[in-house]
Design a binder for this molecule. Structure first.
Ligand SMILES: [Zn+2]
Ligand SMILES: [Zn+2]
Length: 341
């Protein structure tokens, strides 16, 4: 080994060592940044939860509540927060609250709970119906834990599903309902033969009724579409208490022709439209509800960020509906609103 070779080796060792130290420092910095951001997210999620508990859903959104919802938009549009502990803690706390509150009876009218994505639970004095309830997340790590889903299923009477897409229909949820002895009304041809209590509809793409005498309600299925996919708009008539309409993933221009006339046949109290329905104003006018509660905001799925449908976008959209003079309530996951005629 000559001197120049030794020098080169020393030179290289020095640089390898420097590179190694820099890499370590970068990892440490990343870990610190990640810890820092997790801590920040946990603090923000907690503050938002507190704020939303203080400023409950109402037809007017006070500024602190709007700020909480917009802050939630920001956290949920930062993919660094996806599948992190602060996020799970936030959504699970709110879902457990729904589970507890479902024990509280409804004396008159309807209590409407909003769950993840387009999921709703509507409770009358005599019946509790879930629509498009899904856990979200992956099967291995759902947003709503299996035990909470099982608990919710035990406190509901039935589950109705608009269409087969995974952000509306989940077999594990359906099986939980069946395991608790509860009925699941699935779209035609979905989950055929899985369980006697999971009942795919015999018809699709047409209007028809299903009577539930023991629950004192009628399900009116309206033939909506999401593009080429059949999408049942579930109109649930709780006799003497109120009628709700959940639109699933309604997006079909041709349907607007019959949607224009829904109010002539049905007396809709509460319309729960997907926040990105293709013609919000015409849809509202067609159903002619007394109250609007939008769904489907902040779906943390495979959509690009601009399609996570922020709450602030719903606020802006609904500001354009003010001339219709129909109150609307903007809710997030794990909130509820009491409606009476
Ligand atoms: Zn869909
Ligand atoms: Zn959807």
């Amino acid at each position: 080994m000559n001197i120049s070779h030794l020098n080169v080796c020393t030179f290289m060792k020095h640089h390898i060592l420097t590179a190694f130290l820099m890499l370590n420092a970068a990892f440490a910095a990343t870990a610190q940044t990640s810890d820092y951001k997790l801590g920040q997210a946990a603090t923000a999620f907690n503050a938002i939860d507190d704020m939303l508990q203080t400023y409950r859903p109402a037809t007017e959104i006070p500024l602190p509540r709007e700020l909480a919802l917009v802050s939630l938009d920001q956290l949920l549009h930062d993919t660094d927060n996806d599948a992190t502990e602060p996020f799970y803690a936030f959504i699970n706390t709110r879902m457990r609250r729904v589970l507890e509150d479902l024990d509280r009876p409804v004396a008159k009218g309807l209590r409407i709970y909003k769950l993840y994505n387009d999921g709703f639970i509507v409770k009358s004095p005599k019946a509790t119906i879930a629509i498009d309830l899904i856990p979200g997340g992956s099967d291995a790590k759902p947003f709503i834990t299996d035990s909470v889903v099982y608990g919710i299923a035990g406190k509901c009477d039935a589950l109705f599903i608009s269409h087969f897409h995974a952000d509306h229909a989940n077999l594990n949820v359906a099986k939980s309902f069946a395991a608790r002895g509860k009925l699941v009304i699935a779209p035609k041809d979905l989950w055929v033969g899985v369980d006697p209590l999971i009942r795919p509809l015999e018809k699709e793409n047409q209007e028809f009724d299903v009577e539930f005498e023991e629950l004192d309600l009628t399900l009116h299925v309206l033939p909506g579409h999401q593009g080429d996919v059949y999408n049942n708009i579930n109109v649930v008539e709780f006799h003497n208490e109120g009628t709700v309409a959940q639109t699933g993933d309604q997006w079909g221009t041709a349907d607007l022709v019959w949607i224009d006339r829904v109010h002539e046949k049905y007396d809709i109290d509460v319309l729960m439209p997907n926040c990105w329905v293709n013609d919000m104003k015409r849809t509202i006018q067609g159903f002619g509800p007394r109250l609007i509660i939008t769904g489907h905001e902040n779906e943390l799925g495979e959509h690009s960020i601009d399609h996570r449908e922020a709450y602030w976008m719903t606020v802006r959209k609904m500001e354009k509906m003010e001339d219709l003079n129909i109150p609307y309530v903007l809710m997030t996951w794990g909130e509820w609103y009491d409606y009476q005629k």
